[in-house]
Design a protein around this ligand. Structure first.
Ligand code: 5RP
Length: 232
C-alpha cells in the first residue's frame, strides 16, 4: 500500500506508524473521561483504541455512562463493562470523543468514513465538549472530497442527480437503514457546500462538521501529541 502523506509532518507515515499515532491520540483523550461523566463515543479504528483505554479503567468508571454512535461501538463498550445508555436517556453529554477523516487548519472536519456521521453529529451536538482524535496524516491544508452522505432510500437516484458528483457506496446501510454515498465534487468552501448539501431533499446528513462544533483536536504524530483548541 502506498504510504500515507502527512501534510504537516514529513516524511510519509507507514500504516504501522498511523496505527500507533491513532492509539496515542486515543489514550490522551481517554484521560479526559472521569467517573460520573456522560460521554459520547464515536465510531472507527481510532475510537477502538479509545475503547481499549477506557476498558482498562472500567473499574474506576463505574458511574460513568456512555452513548454510542454505532451498534459496533455499543457492543465493544458493553463487552468492556462500560455502561452504555440511550442518548435520550442521558439527555446531554459532558464530553464526546470521535475520530475524523480530515481536519483543516480552521477546524472543519470531514467524518463518515464508517458511514456513522449522522449519529456522530447528533452525539457531538449533544455534548458540552467535542474532542476529535486523529493521527497526523488526517491534517489537511484544505478540505477535499469525498464528503460522506447519508441518503434516504426513497428517490435516491433523483437525490444523487440533484446533488451531482455523488456516488452510492457499495457498503452496508447506515445504522438507521439509510444509504451511504460520497460527494466527490470540488469543495471550494466547506460552509457553502455544507449548506447546499443540507438543503438538498433526501440528504439525511452530510459529513462536514463545522469548527463551531469542535472543542479540541488531539493530534498524534512523529513530534508527539499536540492539542489544538478550536475557537470558531
Ligand atoms: C466514522 C467516522 C470515523 O471517525 C472516521 O471515518 C475516522 O475513522 P478511523 O478512526 O477508522 O480512521 O467518521 O463514521
Amino acid at each position: 500500500m502506498a504510504p500515507h502523506r502527512a501534510p504537516e509532518t514529513q516524511p510519509p507515515l507507514s500504516d504501522r506508524e498511523i496505527e500507533r499515532f491513532k492509539r496515542d491520540a486515543a489514550r490522551a483523550a481517554a484521560e479526559l473521561v472521569h467517573d460520573g461523566m456522560r460521554v459520547g463515543l464515536g465510531t472507527g479504528s481510532t475510537v477502538a483504541h479509545l475503547l481499549d483505554a477506557l476498558g482498562e479503567r472500567a473499574g474506576q468508571l463505574r458511574t460513568a455512562r456512555f452513548a454510542a454512535t454505532s451498534p459496533r461501538t455499543a457492543a465493544i463498550a458493553a463487552e468492556l463493562s462500560l455502561e452504555v445508555c440511550d442518548l435520550d436517556e442521558l439527555g446531554e453529554l459532558d464530553l464526546a470523543i470521535d475520530g475524523a477523516d480530515q481536519v483543516d487548519p480552521a477546524g472543519w472536519l470531514v467524518k463518515g468514513g464508517g458511514g456513522a456521521h449522522t449519529r456522530e453529529k447528533i452525539v457531538a451536538a449533544a455534548a458540552h465538549r467535542f474532542v476529535v482524535i486523529v493521527s497526523a496524516e488526517k491534517l489537511v491544508p484544505r478540505i477535499g472530497p469525498p464528503v460522506p452522505l447519508e441518503l434516504l432510500r426513497f428517490g435516491v437516484r433523483c437525490t444523487l442527480a440533484e446533488l451531482g458528483h455523488s456516488v452510492l457506496r457499495d457498503a452496508d446501510p447506515s445504522p438507521d437503514g439509510n444509504l451511504i454515498a460520497d460527494y466527490t465534487g470540488p469543495v471550494e468552501d466547506p460552509a457553502e457546500l455544507a449548506a447546499r448539501l443540507a438543503a438538498t431533499p433526501g440528504v439525511v446528513e452530510h459529513g462536514l462538521f463545522p469548527p463551531a462544533m469542535v472543542g479540541e483536536v488531539i493530534v498524534a504524530g512523529p513530534q508527539g501529541i499536540e492539542r489544538r483548541p478550536i475557537t470558531a
